[in-house]
Design a protein. Structure first.
Length: 206
């Protein structure tokens, strides 16, 4: 098994849509270890629809749409990192975090601690909106400081060439391509848009 992590610079940057496209492109399995918020369609359900591949059940399913540590406390439980070992699957595994890398899992650990424990390569997803230079470069510094291997940054949103190039140069990171906003989102339109993503570089880390 070869696993890679998809994480974002913040909540709502397009990480789940990117993860769906990547899972389909790699013919991988998908796992989101912690789902916080169960109203509506979950990320795992979205991945299943958009990728058509095998999805693994979440280890923690938490009712309240909030930071996982708060959602867990609301249910009277504590997220235990020892229960979040990477599952064994045949072929590649795409693992999606929740929000950004400094989202708390409990009162002692962030998602970053879990990523460092796994030692799997990371794709960082960044929106091209205002503020992304700050969020992206801080995330890169934190990931590298924790000993994580960063494959590169994938952007989501309207093209911002100067912003994207600034992140690539100052963050010393690979540009993995950009997904535009997809108004009519489906498995087919996502697959077509994903042609702009550097799959060969990502695959080289598996």
């Amino acid at each position: 098994m070869s696993a890679l992590i998809v994480t974002g610079t913040d909540t709502g940057v397009g990480k789940t849509v990117f993860a769906a496209g990547l899972t389909a492109a790699l013919g991988a399995s998908y796992w989101k270890p912690v789902q916080s918020g169960l109203e509506g369609v979950t990320d795992t359900e979205t991945i299943k629809v958009l990728s058509g591949v095998d999805v693994l059940p979440e280890t923690y399913r938490l009712n309240m749409p909030a930071s996982p540590h708060l959602s867990a406390e609301d249910m009277g439980v504590e997220i235990d990192l020892s229960c979040l070992s990477l599952p064994q699957v045949t072929g590649p595994l795409v693992v999606e975090g929740a929000g950004g890398i400094m989202v708390p899992l409990n009162r002692k650990h962030f998602f970053l601690n879990l990523f460092a424990q796994w030692q799997a390569p990371v794709v960082l997803v960044a929106h091209t909106a205002l503020g992304t230079i700050n969020h992206t470069t801080l995330s890169l510094m934190a990931l590298r400081g924790a000993g994580c291997t960063v494959i590169g940054v994938a952007f989501v949103g309207d093209a911002e060439p100067d912003v994207e190039q600034t992140i690539v140069e100052m963050g010393e990171v690979r540009h993995l391509g950009r997904l535009p906003q997809i108004d009519d989102l489906s498995r087919e339109t996502l697959s077509e848009a994903f042609g702009a993503i550097d799959i060969s570089t990502i695959r080289g880390f598996l």
